[in-house]
Design a protein around this ligand. Structure first.
Ligand code: FMN
Length: 153
């Protein structure tokens, strides 16, 4: 039995917001993903196969003036959801520090931080934080250690 999608990563993001001085932006799809697991898996599989760029809801944020971006997502089929590619192609993160965080079920970081290094050669991508979705509520110590390692706490 799978829980509904879209909860664990948001919770982890909230835990970050509670701990550091930062602004929040939620990457949302113009055509929202279903809350149910199986149709989301099917849609994501299609989008990965097509190298799709799903549309974003709302305006892109103005990221100029920031020096670090904490970039979170669930792990979907051992990668970041394709909408992260839409987002990254729409904002200019060159010269910034990127701190990736993911929630997952089994496959951990899945080299998503390495994928960002490949797609963002002008950014400085840190080693990511991977938290099992079911364990987010007990991940405060790991989160804080990662924030400290990166000089944010
Ligand atoms: C489409 C889809 C694909 C997934 N693929 C993986 C995967 O490859 N590896 C993994 O560990 N978990 C995978 N999961 C599980 C999610 O990464 C995990 O449940 C995550 O915590 C969900 O975050 P959320 O509650 O923010 O949606 C997948 C979930 C979905 C919906």
């Amino acid at each position: 039995m799978h829980s509904k999608t879209g909860r664990a990563t948001k919770r982890l993001a909230q835990m970050i917001v509670e701990r550091i001085d930062c602004d929040e932006f939620e990457i949302r799809a113009a055509d929202p993903y279903p809350e149910a697991y199986d149709p989301t898996v099917e849609r994501n599989q299609r989008e990965q196969n097509d190298d799709a760029r799903p549309g974003l809801a709302g305006e892109l944020p103005d990221v100029s003036g920031y020096n670090a971006v904490l970039l979170g997502s669930p792990v979907w089929n051992v990668r970041a959801p394709m909408i992260l590619s839409t987002f990254l192609e729409g904002v200019d993160l060159s010269g910034m520090r990127i701190l990736p965080f993911v929630t997952y079920a089994v496959s951990g970081m899945s080299e998503i931080d390495q994928d960002y290094r490949d797609t963002l050669p002008e950014s400085n991508v840190a080693d990511g934080l991977a938290v099992r979705g079911e364990d987010v509520d007990s991940a405060a110590a790991d989160l804080e250690a990662w924030l400290r390692t990166n000089g944010l706490m």
